[in-house]
Design a binder for this molecule. Structure first.
Ligand code: VG1
Ligand code: CO
Length: 543
């Protein structure tokens, strides 16, 4: 075995987005492309010699090849030990759990999350820090700068490690331990939730369907829900991680998880439905005939946190991404705890969690989590809901409606305009920003604008500033229109339009969501010129 210094040239565009570097598989397959990015990670870090790194991915196409490259490069850089999930598998939350438990200096996640997989699909890589969470913007920007200044990378020429066999092997002077990808995570879940109560629920005939969407949550859901909690076999569907996710677009929303939604709307619907995404950090909660919006799910978890043993003492605070509805803010107010508003992406929750300022975090994009790890966690959210149902014996529908009756309903929807010409999308945002100063105080239709700005976040822990995190137009009644560009796509630009309207009166809680938000959608178009800029009559995906 020898370590080689291989000459290389920088690739343009290796700037991590909302959650790591995501590109088409073919782009990653270019010689040196992955190696350059990994070298840039090592060039950014200090203090890893002899220490432990955790590596794993969502099992998508190119996962195994990428892991072999990372192992050989970690060995070349003098890393002490790498923990890698068997079969190359580690869900994003499981990786976060293992990094924390093992006291590792960091972790590398191979995933493009909810983006489609397979040779024609997307691939991704993300660096997580020693707290188990996505590296801060300061680090991701430093990695990017390093990608632009590379002339070589270091790699061992060792042969491939058998990722399917658990145990210890060596590359150069580095240990590689192939670990059970589920065990540590399952143990953590058992410590947080009332498994006895959930077991009794399933014993009593409670029926559930968990849709793994052909991605990485399957092994976790099978072990925990079917194994430890005794749900009948077959409760987990699409539970085997496949390189192309079996053709699924593993984004757990009512549009992409159509199979689950049809089941839950059908005559023989089980009591409870759930789905998770490519890397198992997202979740969708579904009852008979009702899909819970992620913003509501966060609020409901917050309002009921004490039912779960891990949160028996209550929560110290909540954080939500700016576009997420303010349903959680109302719960925080009732509980007398703070609610922080952060930019989109889990990396912005890390400081608040590390400082013990918040217990729960959530995003409108089907992401919920807590201080148990530093990533959002799909299976965790599903287990919370199971624990809640086991504790109060109510249906999902009843839980949601009672929550609205108590706190009011925040009607909420996201409209995505996908694969728009990047220049047209940029022009829309520039135009929108220019109109902001004139909007405050203006009456539009039945609304009147309270303020309009481009969200600027100052981290309350380290005072770092993140600018241009989304344009928001906030009405005097709290209703909101938010625009931002996606930072996870790989084709053109995706414009996200987020709409929110608050209704206190339970008599008005049964309006179809799009109807309730129709006027705000029309205002959004008139202010931003969505149709004019995109040439589209409407959004590609509505969730
Ligand atoms: C999207 C979501 C964001 C989420 C991110 C990563 O980002 O909107 O809330 O944190 O994906 O989730 P964007 O920039 O495309 O809007 V995952 O499950 O793809 O890691
Ligand atoms: Co994900």
């Amino acid at each position: 075995m020898t370590i080689h210094n291989v000459k290389t040239n920088p690739f343009a565009g290796q700037r991590p987005g909302t959650s790591g570097l995501r590109k088409k598989v073919a782009e990653f397959q270019q010689p040196g492309y992955l190696e350059n990015f990994v070298q840039a990670i090592f060039n950014t870090l200090t203090d890893y010699a002899g220490k432990t790194l955790v590596v794993g991915g969502d099992g998508r196409f190119y996962n195994r090849q990428a892991i072999q490259v990372i192992l050989r490069m970690a060995a070349a850089h003098g890393v002490g030990k790498v923990l890698v999930g068997q079969g190359g598998i580690l869900s994003t939350p499981a990786l976060s759990c293992v990094v924390r438990k093992a006291g590792a200096f960091g972790g590398i996640v191979l995933s493009a999350s909810h983006n489609p997989g397979g040779p024609q699909g997307d691939f991704g890589i993300k660096y997580n820090s020693s707290n188990g969470g996505p590296a801060s913007e300061r680090i991701t920007e430093a990695i990017y700068s390093n990608t632009l200044a590379l002339d070589s990378y270091s790699i061992s020429d060792a042969g491939p490690v058998d990722l399917d066999r658990r145990g210890l092997v060596r590359i150069e002077r580095m240990d590689v331990e192939v670990i059970d990808p589920v065990a540590d995570y399952a143990q953590l879940m058992e410590a947080l939730f009332d498994f006895d109560a959930i077991r009794a629920l399933f014993k009593g005939g409670f029926r559930m369907c968990f849709d793994g969407m052909g991605a990485v949550s399957g092994p976790y859901a099978r072990t925990i829900i079917e194994g430890m909690l005794g749900a009948p076999q077959g409760t987990v569907i699409n539970g085997t991680p496949l390189e192309d996710f079996g053709g699924h677009h593993p984004d757990p929303n009512p549009v992409n998880a159509a199979e689950l939604i049809a089941l839950m709307n059908g005559a023989n619907a089980p009591d409870f439905g759930a789905a998770s995404d490519g890397d198992a950090d997202r979740n969708m909660i579904v009852g008979r005939g009702i899909a819970v919006t992620p913003s509501d799910s966060l609020a409901i978890i917050a309002a009921n946190a004490r039912v779960a043993p891990g949160y028996r003492d209550g929560i110290v605070g909540i954080a939500r991404s700016m576009p997420t509805s303010s349903a959680a803010d109302r719960v925080a107010r009732a509980l007398g705890v703070p609610c922080y508003e952060t930019p989109t992406g889990w990396k912005y929750f890390g400081n608040l969690l590390d400082a013990g300022m918040v217990t729960l975090c959530g995003e409108e994009s089907y992401g919920t989590g807590s201080d148990h790890i530093r990533e959002k966690d799909g299976v965790w959210a599903v287990l919370f809901w199971l624990n809640l149902i086991a504790a109060n014996g109510k249906s999902v529908d009843a839980i949601v409606r009672e929550h609205w009756a108590r706190f009011g309903r925040n009607y909420y929807s996201r409209h995505d305009y996908e694969a728009v010409d990047a220049r047209a999308a940029a022009a829309l945002m520039t135009g929108l920003r220019a109109t902001l100063p004139a909007l405050a105080g203006k009456a539009i239709g039945s609304y009147s604008v309270d303020f309009a700005d481009d969200f600027l976040y100052t981290d309350p822990v380290d005072n770092s500033v993140s600018a241009q995190q989304g344009v928001r137009i906030v009405m005097t009644d709290g209703s909101r229109i938010v625009f931002r560009l996606s930072g996870t796509g790989t084709e053109g630009a995706t414009i996200r339009l987020y709409l929110e309207r608050y209704e206190a009166d339970p008599k008005n809680h049964a309006i179809p969501t799009q109807e309730a938000l129709a006027e705000l959608a029309a205002i959004a178009d008139s202010v931003a010129g969505l149709r004019a800029h995109t040439g589209r009559e409407g959004p590609t995906v509505v969730t």
